[in-house]
Design a protein around this ligand. Structure first.
Ligand SMILES: [Zn+2]
Length: 328
């Protein structure tokens, strides 16, 4: 049994923007190169516009949005837009559906940007890429909107509230994958308090109950996402699975499945690793999940515990269902 795959997170755009001679068709350069995606049966892929917190972040985000559009224009035999129509005609096409997301709102507003500039940047990015699969307010560090994964005691700031207010009603989910716990709490609280129509997801996060790491979701936040009808993409990075034991990937997937069978999905998080300074992080992925060709063998392994119908939900149906609801 083979399944189409929908995946909630990769960093192909930032790779193309920062690496000289980056080639998204070269499997030796990045684990989510197009040949790997094809080999893995990936039919729908979220491509993050990733920036760190830096004075040039808005410019960099605009560049990555332009790269996204250029992929669609220059490689129409390989990629097409992932929208509601694409989901319904999946069988009739061969291309990979792609949609952009924003990983770190520093790309929408740097520390010194005025709100006029922030709104204009948001509108310009959205117009350029057409639609956004989600926005995460932060990455690892703090920015003007709130505290990232590795900041403690920094939650949702006034600017973060203002950005959420602007996001409301635009059918763009907010992503909790890179929030501090306090920021996640602040986002949920602000949404509830003002009845904001903003869906909540975790695009590429695992579970602290399986592996205790700041990048992973506590059961509390996983349940919040589930109660709100959101989805959770399981991350393939070794550091967030268990540094030593590859098979823990299956435990995260099964755990998520048991929490709620309509919430669990893939968010593999393949990015360019060849220039990463911290040697303790290498290898970034275990061989069983080392590139985007591995989804079928992962599902095959899980077939010991899950039925065909259940595997289909994990592979792509939950993600498609979530976006179908959001876009209809
Ligand atoms: Zn990330």
């Amino acid at each position: 049994m083979t399944y189409p795959i929908a995946d909630l997170h990769c960093d192909l755009l930032s790779f193309i923007s920062k690496v000289p001679k980056a080639d998204p068709f070269d499997p030796d350069q990045i684990a989510c190169a197009f040949p790997w995606l094809k080999a893995g049966g990936v039919r729908a892929q979220v491509m993050a516009i990733y920036t760190d917190v830096h004075p040039g972040s808005m410019k960099l985000a605009s560049q990555q949005a332009a790269i996204f559009v250029q992929l669609l224009e220059d490689h129409s035999e390989t990629v097409c837009r992932w929208d509601a129509a694409f989901q319904q005609q999946l069988e009739t096409t061969e291309q990979l559906g792609i949609i952009a997301s924003i990983e770190n709102a520093a790309g929408i507003g740097t520390a010194t940007a005025s709100w006029k500039e922030i709104y204009a940047q948001f509108d310009a990015l959205l117009e350029k890429v057409g639609s956004l699969a989600y926005i995460s307010l932060t990455h690892h560090t703090e920015n003007r909107f709130g505290g990232g994964n590795y900041t403690e005691g920094i939650g949702l700031k006034e600017d973060g509230k203002r950005l959420l207010d602007y996001l409301a009603g635009k059918r763009i989910p907010v992503d909790l994958s890179h929030t501090s716990d306090l920021l996640a709490e602040g986002i949920l609280h602000h949404i509830d308090r003002h009845h904001l129509p903003i869906p909540v997801i975790a695009s590429h996060s695992n579970f602290r109950s399986i592996w205790d790491h700041k990048r992973n979701l506590s059961d509390e936040f996983a349940q919040e996402i589930i109660h709100r009808g959101g989805i959770i993409g399981v991350n393939f990075l070794r550091a967030f699975l268990d540094n030593e034991q590859p098979e823990r990937l299956f435990e995260h997937l099964i755990y998520g499945y048991k929490l709620h069978e309509q919430a669990i999905a893939f968010g593999a998080d393949f990015f360019y690793t060849q220039d990463f300074p911290d040697s303790s992080r290498h290898p970034f992925y275990f061989p069983l999940a080392e590139n985007a060709s591995k989804y079928p063998s992962i599902l095959e392994h899980l077939s010991q515990e899950l039925s065909d119908g259940q595997l289909g939900k994990l592979a792509y149906e939950n993600v498609f269902h979530f976006y179908q609801k959001l876009w209809s």
